[in-house]
Design a protein around this ligand. Structure first.
Ligand code: NAI
Length: 250
């Protein structure tokens, strides 16, 4: 019996990276896992992720959808409910960066990051909460970032979207607590994924030198916390932001 046996999890943007690691760890704890990404195919990893989840002996399915699109999200959640029977755990993980200093940031950069990172979470929470209310409970996890707590020069759009995800989790936690629904945010620091591997080597080195544990985080470091927040081990924890950053921000 795993910590999440019998539960259904829905993870957005999980064809690769942190979302994939969470999906796999949930499966290894016995959850059935539905996940989304922009495309589900061989080239972008979605079909491979689906196979790896299923190999752990649970139900697995990837759904192609743009998390920023309200109507597509309603449709996906409807299909997940039909095909999995419930949604007990929602992880709003899909995210992008379009960095730039404020004076150079275009309206398109701002709009894209707010839509994909923040509006997507509204879309999924809005669609999943009625399902969770009928089940009398659920756990919602928003993937924020340490920059959503502390800000970051050159990432005004991204930091604002991540701060929004934190406030969204707290607000939903307050509204939905009486219905047994918890909402929390995870704020990763510097995690080794495609997003951070794209950074120039000198910038990577500079980040790592600021981390007391002197290493980047792994996707598993994040996935372990996501299991805890999804499971009954955290049944009295709601509205919290857990920074997973090797001690970078104390
Ligand atoms: P990644 O770029 O490796 O994976 C993100 C996934 O989201 C990709 O598969 C991508 O196709 C998908 N995606 C993008 N736009 C989408 C959309 N509109 N609809 C559906 N799916 C979409 O990124 P990574 O590093 O795994 O990040 C995952 C989350 O963790 C993001 O929200 C990111 O902001 C957050 N995060 C990552 C950190 C890091 O150091 N890697 C640090 C702090 C937060």
């Amino acid at each position: 019996m795993g910590l999440l046996s019998g539960k259904t999890a829905l993870v957005t943007g999980a064809a690769r990276g942190i979302g994939k690691a969470i999906a796999l760890k949930y499966a290894s704890e016995g959850a059935n896992v539905a996940f989304t990404d922009l495309v589900i195919d061989e080239e972008h990893g979605g079909l491979q992720t689906e196979r790896e989840i299923a190999a752990l002996g649970v139900k697995a399915k990837g759904y192609a959808s743009n998390a920023a699109d309200f109507a597509q999200t309603e449709e996906v959640v409807k299909r997940v409910k039909e095909e999995f029977g419930s949604v007990d755990i929602l992880v709003n993980n899909a995210g992008i960066t379009k960095d730039g200093l404020m004076l150079r940031m275009t309206e398109a950069q701002w709009d894209a990051v707010i839509a994909v990172n923040l509006k997507s979470a509204f879309n999924f929470i809005h669609a999943c909460v009625p399902v969770m209310m009928r089940q009398r409970g659920g756990s919602i996890i928003n993937m924020a970032s340490v920059v959503g707590v502390h800000g970051n020069a050159g990432q005004a759009n991204y930091a604002a979207s991540k701060a929004g995800l934190i406030a969204l989790a707290k607000s939903v936690g307050q509204e939905m607590g009486p219905k047994g629904i918890r909402a929390n945010a995870i704020a990763p620091g510097f995690i080794d994924t495609a997003m951070t591997q794209a950074l120039p080597e000198n910038i990577r080195k500079e980040w790592i030198s600021k981390i007391p544990l002197r290493r980047g985080g792994t996707v598993d470091d994040i996935a372990s916390c996501a299991v805890f927040l999804a499971s009954d081990m955290s049944s009295y924890i709601s509205g919290q932001v857990i920074q997973i950053d090797g001690g970078m921000n104390m």
